[in-house]
Design a protein around this ligand. Structure first.
Ligand code: UT7
Length: 329
């Protein structure tokens, strides 16, 4: 068995931002409500014509350049997204072609807000098996394309962005990937979904008129589940590795709501100064929140080489995921 480590990180957000003040002019909301209930100040929004693969390629190029390798050295590309350019071909194929990753296979991974954590778990296992040496995990979402900007309950929440991490084998027995907890609970599927556009409700004039191609959410149900499961999966992961929160250098949670993160951190008993929160700048970028938060943690010195990092997410499905890494960058 080999072990896996994260060796490079690249992120991309489009330059345009949508502020709370902009949203105040679009729907019946206020900056105060959004800041208090969710903690978002602004979100980045991709201009017309820019799709998920475009942002994914930008993030991937930064990661490859940071590592100093050519795309042709990649063995696999996993694109974690709920907003693929098209239902098929997979966005991973579009990214592979644009990067010139001539020796990579890959696929899209649909686990919504837990997508990046699922991607890291998958990449770690591909590397541990010894069959893959360089796996690029990309979380990328253009949420603005599936948001109803007349629905104040959802349009304030989401933004666009992409992030990529390269996963490779560790050297000389150094520690890297430690363990994971991944779960699904399909009984919560109705609480957060994009109802139309699949085989159940294919696109029709009626599905468009009924606004069924947009995100629909029962926010309170998702909120309660997210707080409970974020704590539960992190606690399980720590317990079974005989670790406590005191061992964690930094917790990097999915960014859906500042109150979800604070409540989960409080239940876990981890001090807020070791939890990364950057939702104020980006909103919920679904697959991209964890790499974006990791980049910000590195920039502000919260995450350093040798730290024990806990990634955690809960999302539509429901999907649940957490994994633990010894950071080696
Ligand atoms: O990544 C996983 C995906 N999503 C999540 O994790 C999101 C989980 N849920 C949440 O973050 C929160 O439930 C929301 C932020 C979506 C909503 O916050 P809440 O505290 O649960 O509010 P609520 O839905 O209970 O609504 C409270 C009130 C309602 O008014 P009434 O019925 O009390 O008169 C809403 O109509 O707030 C109203 N409201 C708003 N008011 C101003 C809902 N959205 C807005 C808004 N501006 N944007």
């Amino acid at each position: 068995m080999y072990n896996a480590k994260i060796t490079a990180l690249g992120c991309y957000t489009p330059p345009e931002v949508l502020t709370n003040q902009d949203l105040e002019k679009m729907v019946d909301t206020t900056n105060e409500w959004i800041m208090q209930r969710v903690g978002i100040m602004q979100r980045h929004i991709a201009p017309a014509g820019v799709a998920t693969s475009d942002m994914a390629v930008e993030a991937a190029k930064i990661a490859l350049e940071q590592r100093g390798i050519d795309a042709s050295e990649l063995d696999a590309i996993l694109v974690c997204t709920v907003t693929p350019d098209m239902l098929f071909p997979a966005t991973a194929c579009l990214v592979q072609d644009r990067l010139g990753a001539t020796h990579a296979w890959g696929f899209d991974l649909l686990a919504a807000c837990s997508g990046f954590v699922y991607g890291l778990t998958t990449a770690a296992h591909l590397v541990s098996a010894g069959s893959h040496k360089k796996v690029l995990v990309i979380g990328a979402d253009t949420m603005s394309r599936i948001i109803d900007y007349t629905d104040r309950a959802t349009c304030i929440l989401f933004g666009d962005g992409a992030g990529a991490m390269l996963v490779e084998p560790t050297e000389n027995g150094e520690p890297g990937f430690i363990d994971f907890v991944n779960q699904i609970d399909g009984s919560g599927g109705d609480n957060l979904k994009q109802p139309a556009g699949g085989s159940r409700i294919p696109a029709s004039a009626e599905s468009v008129a009924d606004r069924l191609h947009f995100v629909k959410q029962d926010g309170q149900q998702v909120f309660k589940y997210a707080v409970r499961k974020m704590e539960e999966c992190c606690r399980d992961l720590l317990d079974r590795n005989h670790l406590t929160v005191a061992d964690i250098g930094v917790m990097i949670p999915h960014q859906a709501n500042r109150r979800i993160i604070s409540a989960a951190a409080e239940r876990l008993g981890i001090n807020c100064d070791r939890v990364v929160i950057n939702i104020d700048q980006y909103g919920n970028t679904t697959g991209a929140t964890i790499p974006l938060a990791t980049r910000d943690a590195l920039r502000c010195g919260k995450l350093k080489k040798g730290d024990l990092v806990l990634f955690a997410a809960v999302g539509a499905g429901y999907t649940v995921g957490a994994n633990l890494w010894r950071w080696q960058m």
